[in-house]
Design a protein around this ligand. Structure first.
Ligand code: ZN
Length: 200
């Protein structure tokens, strides 16, 4: 999918120095030339009340991107800082995907600099996935899919495990028919308070 890029040590030091000396939620863009990610342009963002947000100053950054095009520098990512969160937020991921969509890109780098642990954590966002990257000596050594758990629960014994529930008889809400009560219930409902529960 992505070309094999190298990240220069110089640019990593620049990002770390710049973002560690500023308040959190600042950022910048990353540029690549001849296969080497060697350019970082710092962006303080648009000053806002909520210091929990970074809003890139696109007026300035888009000027830079125009200049980059002439200089044959490619845009490969957006970096920003967090005070302590070591993962991308929901808003970070959806903004990254907006960048992909608007520019018809397949992926971008989305590193975050975490002030609490003073480390730069590299992520790659694609249209479907988020990957955490392992960078060693300027090379991408590994790529790990970021897994997130959806809301849910585990259940010791549920209606769906009971002999009285007919899992083949469902209504439009995906609830199944309980022969004891003559009603429809979600099969994942807890049966712990039901005195009729009989395991299949
Ligand atoms: Zn963020």
């Amino acid at each position: 999918m992505e070309k094999e890029y190298c990240i220069s040590e110089k640019v990593i030091i620049q990002i770390e120095e710049r973002l560690s000396s500023y308040a959190y939620e600042t950022g910048g863009i990353l540029g690549v030339k001849n296969g080497m990610i060697d350019i970082f342009i710092f962006d303080e963002g648009i000053p806002i009340e909520d210091k929990n947000e970074y809003i890139p100053n696109i007026t300035i950054l888009n000027e830079t991107l125009k200049k980059w095009k002439k200089e044959r520098i490619g845009f490969v990512g957006l970096v920003h800082s967090h005070i302590s969160t070591t993962s991308l937020s929901f808003a970070d991921i959806s903004f990254a995907r907006k960048i992909l969509f608007v520019n018809e890109l397949d992926w971008i780098f989305m590193p975050i600099y975490v002030l609490a642990c003073q480390s730069l954590i590299w992520f790659m966002v694609t249209k479907q996935e988020v990957y955490k990257l392992l960078i060693k000596g300027g090379f991408i050594m590994g790529k790990e899919k970021v897994v997130t758990l959806p809301e849910g629960k585990c259940c010791g014994y549920c209606c769906g495990d009971c002999i009285y529930m007919d899992l083949y008889s469902k209504n439009k809400y995906d609830e199944a028919y309980c022969g004891k009560y003559g009603k429809y219930y979600p099969p994942s409902s807890s049966a712990s308070s039901c005195s009729y529960f009989s395991e299949k």
